[in-house]
Design a binder for this molecule. Structure first.
Ligand code: PS7
Ligand code: MN
Ligand code: MN
Ligand code: MN
Ligand code: MN
Ligand code: MN
Length: 354
């Protein structure tokens, strides 16, 4: 195995590894395990997007500042010394913007082929985030997701593009085959599986922050007029049906995610992609039919996470874990579930994949 090219001989890169540990709850371990220079390249890709997402998430930055900043953010990658201190004091990851000059310095040291991919994704994501945030109105100051198509598009901007970019970086490094960068549908699906699981699980946290990304096309069917109402205890039954539709929608991407994994040849890249994917399936299962998601953030158990890390080493075992989670979900579908048939079809597709 090629030794990780950490850049630890530079103070600026040391600081970037600290930023990664501080800001990434789910990716820091798998990023550090990537082979050769990919660890450092993906770490910087992560930090650039974390900084961009911090601008998007900050509800205290007015759209008059936020929209141009999101759209121009990719230009800051080529502006030595640029920093941003305008985030609210409660923004947990504001540090990556306050010290963005350090991230920029390391970005500038990357090979052109990597700078190109990261710059392109940053530009497209910033534009997508801005277009979405621009839908806000005085009556509805935070934009809402309406149709399933809007939901897929928003998730494409914030996660599908990450998948495309990662595939581009893997191909550029020659650790994966050149055609991987052209697998846009499968790369997008992998991102959507992760993002939709995050949006499903984070319902309580997001609603408390005055946001929420569940599409109205789903919760509107059950008589709700806003996402906030989903957390009303008296309406838990309807909220549960809406939550179950969110799981069905996320499961649409599971077979594509498995297909993507079969294309990988580098073990460290495989682990990097497979572990978060299986964690997502485990999260869907843990949160499914669990009324606690409307009260608190529900996470998978530590021991289960350890098992997933140990077993996510090859496509066959990953598919078996997907299948086991699908079976557990299927077993929990209640007798009166309005979308019973869709669950059966969805779980059977995963069963068929194996
Ligand atoms: C570059 C590893 C591998 C084909 C910052 C990895 C937030 C779920 O906000 O931090 O805390 O609720 O828990 C990640 C596909 C993206 C999609 C997206 C960049 C996999 C900015 C991850 C991460 C594609 C927008 C983090 C999508 O969740 O969210 C790198 C292939 C960033 C991936 C955001 C979410 C990621 C996310 P929060 P989390
Ligand atoms: Mn998180
Ligand atoms: Mn975020
Ligand atoms: Mn965001
Ligand atoms: Mn979230
Ligand atoms: Mn968050």
């Amino acid at each position: 195995k090629e030794f990780a090219d950490t850049g630890y001989d530079r103070e600026s890169m040391k600081r970037c590894w600290d930023f990664l540990d501080q800001t990434s709850r789910s990716f820091s371990m798998v990023i550090k395990e990537l082979e050769g220079e990919l660890a450092r390249v993906v770490c910087l890709f992560y930090l650039v997007l974390r900084a961009l997402d911090t601008v998007e998430d900050d509800m205290t930055v007015p759209n008059s500042v936020k929209l141009p900043l999101l759209r121009e953010f990719h230009l800051k990658l080529h502006e030595p010394g640029w920093t941003f201190s305008g985030s609210g004091p409660n923004e947990k990851d504001r540090g990556v913007l306050v010290e963005f000059d350090i991230i920029q310095k390391e970005f500038a040291l990357l090979d052109q082929k990597y700078q190109q991919v990261i710059g392109d994704v940053t530009r497209k994501m910033g534009k997508g985030m801005a277009d979405f945030a621009a839908l806000a109105t005085p009556e509805l100051p935070v934009a809402e997701v309406n149709s399933i198509a809007d939901y897929d598009l928003y998730c494409h901007y914030v996660a599908g593009l990450v998948g495309e970019g990662l595939s581009g970086l893997f191909s550029s490094s020659a650790k994966e085959r050149a055609f991987l960068k052209d697998q846009l549908t499968l790369s997008n699906s992998m991102g959507l599986l992760l993002q939709k699981t995050n949006i499903y699980r984070d319902i309580k946290e997001d609603v408390d922050e005055g946001r929420g990304f569940w599409p109205r096309a789903i919760w509107g069917n059950y008589g709700f007029n806003s996402m906030k109402e989903l957390t009303d205890e008296s309406r838990y039954r309807e909220a549960q049906w809406a939550a179950n539709e969110m799981v069905l929608d996320a499961l649409r991407h599971s077979c594509d995610a498995l297909d993507y994994l079969t294309l990988l040849k580098n073990q460290s890249v495989f682990n990097f992609v497979a572990i978060p994917a299986v964690m997502a399936m485990a999260t869907l299962e843990r949160c499914f039919m669990n009324p606690l998601i409307f009260k608190q953030n529900v996470k998978i158990r530590k021991g289960e996470a350890v098992q997933i890390i140990l077993r996510s080493t090859n496509p066959r075992d990953v598919a078996f874990m997907f299948r086991d989670y699908a079976r557990k979900i299927h077993a929990k579908v209640p007798k009166d579930e309005p979308n019973m048939l869709r669950f059966s079809i969805s779980c059977a597709r995963i069963e068929q994949w194996c």
